[in-house]
Design a protein around this ligand. Sequence first.
Ligand code: ZN
Length: 247
Amino acid sequence: MYLHHCTWPEIESYLSESSGILIPIGSTEQHGPNGLIGTDAICPETIAKGVGATANALIAPTINVGVAQHHLGFPGTISLRPSTLIAVIKDTIDSLRLHGLNRFYFLNGHGGNIATISAAFSEIYSADSTGSVPGPTIRLRLTNWWQGDEVQTLSRRLYGNAEGSHATPSEVSVTYFAFPDCVKTVPMSPKIAPRGTIRDAADYRRQFPDGRIGSDPSLASVEAGEQLYAASVRDITSDYREFMSHE
Ligand SMILES: [Zn+2]
């Protein structure tokens, strides 16, 4: 069930059955010469909808702008400060918990969000531990869509050392599966992008001028995206079920 497509009576009825919600969270940032700027939001949103259908879970609207300061050297990127994203996460949870939801499963699409989401969780748990927040005890989980066992195995088999760490053929494939009209054919030079570490936006653009790190996303395809999507839905469904079954 996608929250935006439900009525409030439908949500009220869901709450009589479940106290869990999946919240896709991503980023709006450059993804190399052939990757969509929405990649990190599209991937968790698409996979969350698949998990929702399988596990009968409610899916929140995607938090689709994240912490992407180091991509701002490329046009189209939008970034929140960590403090802003923490506030967005906290306000989202504070709204939804009023209605009885108390298990919040964040399905993340962007490595650059991990530290900030973890900090938001600490803020929320800290506020709760003072006893100043009314309502049921809450449970929070952060899972990255690409880190389940099945997806990792499949990515390695499909792309090996061409997977890289940014603008990967796996993530680009999932977006092409979600939006086949957006497939772009762009030659890559060099074929596999260089690897390395980055400091800030200017340093990123200087070191990795086409936006990729360590990857060859020209290998991306709709067919691979469909396989990766299915693998991730299986990984995440079992993790979500485990999360919901815990005390
Ligand atoms: Zn990405």
